[in-house]
Design a protein. Structure first.
Lengths: 128, 296
């Protein structure tokens, strides 16, 4: 089972959430999980991003810093083949959320998501 | 004079309709309703004043004055209530009842006096043509003592209102100035009647100015409050959005906690209920958010 589930890249600027999500994804059977806090940290991964099957990106990565949509565009530039899911605590009329929702082939989840949602996400990620 | 009175009447009517619509929208705002009421009585007063100036029939003029006094009493009562609401000063209920009884006595005196509350003897008609205005017909007669009581009520209301506004809302300098001008006009008109002056009344000009400035102030206040409300809602939603990240940590963190003993299961269950309550509070704000998007 765990062999078929995806490797997850989780990007959020909140270290507590990163730590908890890391444990949660592994508990739910993800093959591996790496948590990062910003676009710069993702860029430092370089070609290693291709090791991941699923990228969960928080839209707001801190005031004045590149957001999750910019992380997505960087991943796209790197020809990232995995599934991308946006996570947001903002309302649906937030301009960044609107931009993320308009990107085809991605999903936008509103915080707080439950473990069941993450489980389904991993299963769907594994099927792609 | 006719043109001015028509213009004043039109402005007061428009102001009354606008502020009545604002005040009657739920939840009711008595500040706007009382102001609309005062504007309605002011429009009535302007209409009667025009009839008074234009008529040369003594009996008709006396009846017009009687109705003008009634309207003035209603205006003073409603305007006093408005000043309380506008300045934020809450009078003692005995004072409210006392003022109401005072106005009622004047109202009755106006009905039972043969020459209205204004005159003690049959008045005479005098005709004048003010510079740059059409010919008007005035009444001249010794003043009734009750009319001093009526002017005194207006003077006390306006001076006390000006004092309260200066004390509680020092930024409203224009309103304060307009109230002082109206107060001066009341005094000038009393002197005019006392000495048998042969010139038009000044109170209508001062009251029109006061109505115009108060309407402007209320409209600006309304806009300011709307902006403050939108900002407060934006801040609240921003805070709600910020809370969603720690809420996410708690939601997933609780799922990760081991629930091996009954005590642990009970504790986790309670914590989960609290987290769900926090979530429902956040969802409750969604309604406010929809209202904001509809521009309230």
């Amino acid at each position: 089972m765990s062999e078929s589930l995806p490797a997850v890249l989780f990007v959020d600027d909140d270290p507590d959430l990163c730590a908890v999500m890391h444990d949660a994804f592994l508990r739910l059977g993800a093959r591996s999980c790496k948590t990062l806090g910003s676009l710069r940290e993702v860029q430092e991964l370089g070609g290693e991003v291709h090791a991941f099957d699923l990228a969960v990106l928080d839209i707001n990565l801190g005031p004045g810093l590149p957001n999750g949509v910019e992380v997505f565009y960087w991943l796209e530039d790197q020809d990232f083949k995995g599934r991308v899911v946006f996570l947001t605590g903002h309302a649906h009329d937030d301009p960044r959320v609107i931009t993320a929702a308009a990107i085809t082939g991605t999903l936008v989840f509103s915080k707080p998501v439950r473990s069941e949602d993450l489980r389904r996400l991993l299963e769907r990620g594994a099927k792609t | 004079m006719t043109a001015f009175l028509w213009a004043g009447c039109g402005f007061a009517c428009a102001s009354a309709i606008m502020f009545m619509a604002l005040g009657m929208s739920k939840p009711r705002d008595w500040k706007y309703i009382t102001f609309a009421g005062a504007m309605f009585f002011l429009a009535s007063y302007f209409t009667l004043q025009q009839a008074f100036y234009n008529s040369d029939s003594l009996n008709f003029k006396i009846e017009v004055v009687r109705w003008q006094v009634n309207v003035a009493l209603l205006y003073h009562g409603v305007f006093a209530a408005f000043l309380c609401l506008y300045s934020g000063w809450r009078p003692h209920r005995f004072l409210t009842w006392g003022a109401g009884a005072y106005l009622l006595i004047l109202f009755v005196a106006n009905w039972v006096s043969p020459y209205t509350l204004y005159f003690t003897a049959p008045p005479k008609i005098s005709t004048i043509t003010p510079i740059g205005a059409d010919t008007i017909h005035l009444l001249e007669a010794p003043l009734n003592g009750f009319v001093v009581a009526l002017f005194a009520f207006g003077a006390v209301t306006h001076s006390w209102g000006a004092y309260q506004i200066r004390r509680l809302q020092p930024g409203k300098k224009l309103v304060f100035a307009a109230l002082m001008i109206t107060l001066s006009a009341l005094g000038l008109d009393l002197v005019r009647d006392a000495v048998g002056g042969n010139w038009p009344y000044s109170i209508e000009f001062a009251t029109a100015l006061l109505a115009m400035l108060m309407s402007l102030e209320l409209a600006i206040d309304f806009r300011r409050k709307e902006t403050q409300l939108a900002r407060a809602l934006d801040t609240t939603i921003h805070i709600r959005d910020q809370l969603n990240t720690p809420l996410q940590t708690l939601t997933i963190g609780l799922d990760l906690l081991p629930a091996e003993t009954p005590e642990q299961r009970s504790l986790i269950s309670r914590l989960r209920a609290s987290v769900e309550r926090l979530e429902s509070l956040g969802r409750g704000l969604h309604k406010s958010e929809l209202l904001k998007n509809q521009k309230l």
